[in-house]
Design a protein around this ligand. Structure first.
Ligand SMILES: [Zn+2]
Length: 476
């Protein structure tokens, strides 16, 4: 495919049965991991006829892969053993441990370049080279892999924002359109900065891809951001290191931040009753069809999404609509908060509703002398100390209480008493967005640092600054 090809999506009426059957036998034949995994679950892959038997396959979780890799070595996972031809990206591990995922050149074409180019057509792309800008350093992140591959297939150039910021790129070819990925909190900061606006103009920035979180859909934060961007297209997308580029919104689906699925994978959810459905809201299960280096089969991505069937959107697309709703629940137990399990994902969502555009990192640990469990909350905003700091902290704690404590208990003890108690267990710190640390090579900051689970975190230099702020709460 050349960059100039720009038609409506081909129909997704491919033979999923055959592709699924082929994917399963390919995985079984070439990956010792899959052979072990299916033998463990007594699955005879030769009897799998295709989609009819999808239900009988076990759900694959990240922990299955990680524990196998730990005992047998990572080389026993992959289906291609000629590592020189593979690219590797690492998951962000924002809610858990990190996983290395390999891709062949064909995988990059089918699961990044082609689906992404299809989305660009909805936003006015008519062919020609596309330059890309990366705002973070790691060349091994999924975002870097994606952006570089788009420059490569269209014959554009790939730049690091840092170089442009230093003004060392006078030769940036401004006649080419430029594409980038920026998360909404950073974009919020850039929009107010004349310097960044100048860069946007200089590089002829035309497409900004971004992930829109549920609190941002609710507060319409992305819609407000768009109005500040003039002719630059803001495009919500969904993807992950495992599934790569899943799809993006067209202009008609923008407001509700639904993406049209443009890659050849199977997307299902598990509903409340544990049944597999292709519509509704629930935990996402993903099967990559035709992936070479490492196929994911009925894999739990760790996200809750809403799926809908799309018969004919005004952009011409027919297929599946998907919207990211939340990460799977990630809970920690706080004894002093009466032993309630605190859902970190929920806490983060609430704060982002109260302070749109903020970036949150929680730190869970045990007080070294008083031995109570605490959850410190760091809130990165564009202004490091908001004017009404005390009021905001009260509002946040109040919301955490209301989300987690039964109402009869609140009535009995009194909200104001609970507030005083919980402020100590949930210390809140306002910091600048740029002070929220990202581990080397990761795309996103972790939502949760669990100091009791991962003691080595204390030694990572990127966390020193943030942990020094809770010195009284941990021994560093
Ligand atoms: Zn559409």
């Amino acid at each position: 495919m050349t960059g100039a090809e720009c038609k409506n999506m081909p129909s997704r009426g491919i033979d999923h049965d055959k592709m699924l059957k082929d994917t399963i036998s390919y995985a079984y034949n070439y990956s010792p991991f899959y052979r072990w995994f299916y033998n463990q679950h007594n699955i005879d892959v030769h009897t799998i006829r295709g989609f009819k038997d999808y239900d009988s396959l076990p759900i694959l979780r990240k922990d299955d892969i990680l524990s196998f890799a730990k005992t047998s070595g990572i080389e026993k996972l992959w289906c291609i053993h000629n590592y020189e031809n593979l690219k590797v990206a690492t998951t962000t591990g924002s809610t858990g441990k990190r996983l290395k995922v390999p891709f062949s050149q064909t995988d990059v074409y089918r699961f990044i370049q082609k689906p992404c180019m299809n989305c660009l057509c909805w936003w006015g792309y008519e062919g020609g080279p596309i330059n890309v800008i990366r705002w973070e350093h790691s060349p091994n992140s999924t975002v870097a892999l994606w952006l570089n591959s788009i420059a490569e297939i269209t014959g554009g150039k790939a730049y690091l924002a840092e170089d442009i910021e230093k003004n060392t790129l006078e030769h940036v070819a401004t006649k080419n359109e430029t594409l980038t990925y920026i998360n909404l909190p950073s974009l919020f900061k850039f929009i107010d900065s004349p310097f960044h606006r100048q860069i946007f103009e200089k590089v002829n920035l035309k497409y900004i891809f971004t992930l829109v979180s549920p609190s941002e859909v609710k507060t319409r934060f992305h819609v407000k951001m768009k109005t500040g961007l003039g002719n630059i297209n803001l495009i919500p997308l969904y993807g992950s290191t495992e599934a790569l580029f899943v799809g993006a919104s067209c202009p008609y689906a923008f407001k509700d931040a639904y993406v049209h699925v443009t890659q050849p994978g199977l997307f299902h959810i598990i509903d409340h009753n544990g049944s597999l459905c292709d519509e509704g809201k629930g935990e996402l299960l993903y099967t990559s069809l035709g992936r070479e280096a490492f196929p994911f089969i009925k894999y739990s991505v760790g996200d809750v999404v809403t799926l809908k069937k799309e018969h004919s959107c005004s952009c011409g697309y027919s297929g599946q609509r998907l919207r990211f709703e939340t990460r799977n629940a990630l809970t920690v137990k706080i004894q002093y908060a009466d032993g309630y399990f605190i859902d970190i994902v929920k806490v983060v969502e609430r704060i982002r509703e109260i302070i749109p555009g903020s970036q949150i990192m929680c730190v869970y640990g045990e007080h070294p002398y008083e031995h109570y469990l605490f959850l410190a909350i760091f809130i990165g905003t564009t202004k490091s100390v908001p004017l009404n700091e005390r009021k905001l902290k009260d509002k946040i704690i109040e919301n955490i209480i209301l989300d987690h404590v039964p109402s009869d208990k609140i009535n009995r003890v009194g909200l104001s008493n609970l507030l005083t108690e919980w402020h100590q267990i949930f210390p809140i710190f306002f910091v600048s967005i740029s002070d929220i640390p990202i581990e080397p090579g990761a795309n996103k900051p972790k939502l949760l640092l669990n100091l009791m689970d991962e003691e080595k975190l204390l030694k990572l230099s990127c966390y020193q600054n943030i942990l020094s702020k809770i010195e009284g709460y941990c021994c560093i």
